[in-house]
Design a binder for this molecule. Structure first.
Ligand code: ATP
Ligand code: LTN
Length: 336
């Protein structure tokens, strides 16, 4: 079989990440590591979802630098813009345009029950904007434009993916076959990483306590210091247990970065104190993240090369997006 046929047979994957802050060890182990791995088996389209980021207030200069840095970080992680499609959402205007068509085919009541909307509007009562409300429709447009078979998402995004599927099915039934109905993809690898300061809460980049989370781009000393300060318990035994959320989280992280099983980790630290264990976790995480940071520092220096890559990415994406968008427009009855 020629290579093109093999490529054509590959299933298509799409996912996006918001440039809404410094990406964390949680984003890496829970999502991005898997994006990298999926490149082997699938034809992947990945985007920096910058339009989604402005559903909460963003300072313009900071937003701009975060968009650059998120794109550069995807490349530093090993996402290959030559073999796959990597772009910035706002560079492909079909996302906003299809979002309008889909909005007029989505019910108010469907959006009003989205739990993320309820959570975020409670968190930012001063800015409950219409974009925050219709966020899942834009996400549906992101997905449906590229007809992916699979969409890798974390648990928090499953409800949004379900809506994207409902919108696609309803649109197809009303106007004829336009969209592929995507399946959620829950990764085989993927750890849920908890806060280092409150291990009952997920590690989150919007946590005000900087010791609670590790950025992918933190330097070695900072990473080790944050792990040294991680909240644990007074038992002084390294074992996985519900009543030991701090140590259990550190075991999960150590397993994820070293590939060792829980049992192997428990055995390795049998009879050793928490000090030794925390240092080992910090060092192992730094060993994993530091090479990414080194590549990132190189990539972000060369703005010209970066610009060329994101422009090419947008062109590649738009060729696919435009076809789907015009097909949808035509079916709805617009004059083209
Ligand atoms: P925020 O802090 O603004 O809520 P976040 O850090 O939770 O953001 P998102 O941008 O919502 O990150 O998530 C991007 C991806 O990373 C999602 O697929 C999400 O499931 C995954 N992810 C985020 N935090 C973690 C975590 N602590 N453990 C595992 N996966 C995570
Ligand atoms: N809402 C997602 C980011 C996102 C996304 C998408 C994920 C925007 N568009 C399309 C998958 C597919 C988030 O906040 N994690």
């Amino acid at each position: 079989m020629c290579e093109n046929n093999t490529e054509a047979a590959k299933k298509k994957v799409l996912s996006c990440i918001q440039p809404s802050g410094m990406l964390t060890l949680g984003n890496y182990l829970g999502a991005l590591k898997n994006w990298v791995a999926m490149q082997e088996e699938f034809d992947c389209t990945y985007a920096v979802a910058d339009l989604h980021a402005i559903t909460v207030r963003q300072e313009p200069a900071k937003l701009r630098s975060q968009i650059y840095s998120t794109y550069a970080l995807l490349l530093a992680l090993g996402i290959d813009p030559e073999k796959h499609t990597v772009f910035i959402q706002s560079h492909v205007p079909e996302h906003s345009a299809l979002s309008w068509l889909l909005s007029c085919n989505t019910q108010f009541g469907e959006m009003a029950r989205m739990t993320q909307f309820k959570d975020k509007s409670a968190k930012h009562p001063e800015n409950v904007n219409v974009g925050l409300f219709s966020y899942p429709v834009l996400m549906a447009a992101d997905i449906l434009l590229y007809k992916p078979d699979l969409v890798p998402v974390g648990h928090d995004q499953k409800q949004h993916l379900e809506i994207a599927r409902d919108i696609a099915i309803r649109f197809n039934n009303k106007y004829g076959d336009v969209f592929t109905v995507p399946e959620p993809y829950i990764p085989k690898i993927g750890a849920r990483v908890m806060s280092l300061q409150d291990p009952t809460k997920k590690m989150s980049k919007s946590d005000d306590n900087l010791n609670a989370w590790v950025a992918i781009l933190d330097d070695r000393d900072t990473i080790i210091r944050k792990f040294k300060r991680a909240v644990t318990d007074s038992e002084a035994v390294v074992r996985m247990a519900d009543e030991k959320p701090g140590i259990s989280n550190l075991i999960t992280i150590y397993s994820a970065v070293t590939g060792k099983t829980t049992q192997e980790v428990e055995k390795e630290f049998d009879g050793k104190g928490y000090g030794d264990f925390k240092l080992a976790v910090g060092e192992a995480v730094a060993d994993t993240l530091n090479p990414i940071k080194e590549r990132y520092d190189e990539i972000i220096k060369d703005k010209k090369a970066l610009e060329q890559l994101y422009k090419e990415g947008a062109n590649k994406a738009e060729r696919v997006a435009r076809k789907t968008y015009f097909k949808a427009m035509k079916k709805v009855g617009f004059v083209l």
